[in-house]
Design a protein around this ligand. Sequence first.
Ligand SMILES: [Ca+2]
Ligand SMILES: [Ca+2]
Length: 91
Amino acid sequence: MVRDVRLSWNRDLLLNLFKSYDRDGDGKLSRDELKQAFRYLGSRWSSYRAARAFRKADCNKDGYINHEELCELVDYVVDCGYKVDTKLLHA
Ligand SMILES: [Ca+2]
Ligand SMILES: [Ca+2]
């Protein structure tokens, strides 16, 4: 099983990943941007995940994940225990 080389996302990687999904560059993640990030993470239920993550991380309920709320989001994703293929890290 060569493909069994997987490791957990660490917080820095996740922070950078989510920042890179801020497609319109407004410094916040919309639900759609978040959904795409979850899809990248390999979630089969990216809409559901995005909705859950929003409820958890969107502290001021403005419909966006800002820089401070990003930490909450990363906590949530770490709790979910996403794994990543190491070859993705070098892509
Ligand atoms: Ca954005
Ligand atoms: Ca917010």
